[in-house]
Design a protein around this ligand. Structure first.
Ligand code: AMP
Length: 374
């Protein structure tokens, strides 16, 4: 289901400095820049002070000094681990990469560690890119379990699972807990979403079953989750109908946040879901709440077309050049003009001009209250 759904927390300079306390020369972390959303900052502790280096994205490569260029964040970190090469010190110890034991302790302390003995795995319900998804039973409650085997991926997931512990909203698939096994396997336990992914739900029911009120309700559900992420400075980066799940009582909830292949690293552009990703995110990897807004516009189009694949009849390689010239998809058949108008606003080329999720939610509520969708 997921391609790559990194959730990056934008932490401030001050928060990074607190995380790097007590001082230890060479202790470092990478955060997303608050001043330049989508860009990264390398924060390094050195002689009792924290230095912040902006990582510049230039012609598809990363650099700090505009002399050495790297393909990705891992290569950059690796280079400065070997040699300070102009930084205040070489990088010695990453702050975020915690070992399994430390992670287990932390989850236990924060109350998120579940007891493996009380979890019954019943059957596989899906195959994710990172491991199987199973339906299970935890103390009598039906749950979904992502099982990640012992490898570097599990380590990346541990960091992201701890991000998920901070999020709670009725329209986000709720994390129930985490099991970190001694051997390093990781189980992420979430609420069970009986009706599966929104895209399959829309396709299988179609317009004969799902009325305008229902489509608008799904749109609002997702928008409310995104407004919550927006208010808390989280960027989803892979918002699409395939990453929204539907509960037994028909509530749409955003999922696959926090599941990332390389925690807090920049993605390979080739793997991005091109049709859902905003032009500036594709071009310069400038991911922000506003790039999520672009994806939300595509998701609205998916909802109102009952799960069609966006940009029908346009070959994939022509999508980006056409979109960059201002091409926008037509309204799906039967889509209320007020909703289509919101989609077009989400697809404004300049991210600054795009509406916020808060504005979108207010407009959708207005449409619902005045029954403008009928
Ligand atoms: P993913 O690993 O997120 O790509 O999910 C793979 C499959 O598992 C998808 O087809 C989903 O429908 C299913 N799935 C994932 N999470 C849940 C959940 N919380 N409840 C029910 N099904 C899920």
């Amino acid at each position: 289901m997921t391609n790559c759904s990194p959730l990056i927390q934008v932490i401030t300079r001050e928060q990074a400095e607190r995380l790097l306390y007590p001082p230890e020369t060479g202790l470092f972390l990478v955060r997303e820049s608050t001043n330049y959303p989508g860009d990264y900052t390398l924060c390094v502790s050195c002689d009792g002070k924290v230095e912040h280096y902006r990582i510049i994205y230039h012609n598809g490569k990363l650099t700090i000094d505009e002399e050495e260029y790297f393909e990705n964040l891992m290569q950059l970190v690796e280079h400065y681990t070997k040699d300070a090469d102009g930084l205040c010190t070489r990088l010695i110890k990453p702050k975020l990469m915690e070992g399994t034991v430390a992670a287990q302790d932390e989850f236990s302390r924060s109350g998120w560690a579940l007891n493996r003995k009380e979890l019954k795995l019943i059957q596989a319900i899906g195959k994710g890119e990172f491991g199987d998804v199973m339906v299970g039973d935890y103390r009598g409650t039906k749950v979904a379990v992502k099982c990640i085997k012992n490898d570097a991926t599990a380590q990346a997931f541990i960091a992201e699972a701890s991000v998920m512990t901070q999020l709670r909203h009725n329209n986000l698939v709720q994390l129930l807990g985490v099991i970190v096994e001694e051997r390093g396997s990781l189980y992420i336990v979430t609420e069970y979403m009986a009706k599966g992914s929104l895209v399959d739900y829309l396709r299988s029911r179609g317009r004969t079953v799902l009325g305008g009120d229902c489509l608008l309700k799904f749109s609002l559900d997702v928008c409310e989750a995104m407004e919550y992420l927006e208010a808390n400075n989280f960027v989803h980066r892979d918002l699409a109908a395939r990453n929204v799940l539907v509960s037994d009582d028909n509530i749409a909830k955003v999922s696959d946040f926090g599941l990332t292949k390389e925690a807090s690293s920049i993605q390979d552009t080739a793997k991005l879901p091109v049709k859902w990703t905003s032009p500036e995110a594709l071009r310069e990897k400038r991911f922000s709440t506003k790039s999520d807004v672009w994806s939300y516009g595509i998701l609205l189009w998916e909802i109102y077309s009952f799960g069609r694949v966006p940009y029908p009849r346009i070959p994939l390689k022509e999508v980006v050049p056409r979109v960059e010239k201002g091409y926008k998809m037509d309204a799906p058949d039967g889509c209320p003009p007020v909703v289509y108008d919101l989609m077009k606003q989400c697809w404004t080329l300049d991210p600054v001009v795009r509406p916020s999720f808060r504005m979108l939610r207010e407009k959708l509520q207005h449409i619902r209250a005045k029954e403008l969708y009928l």
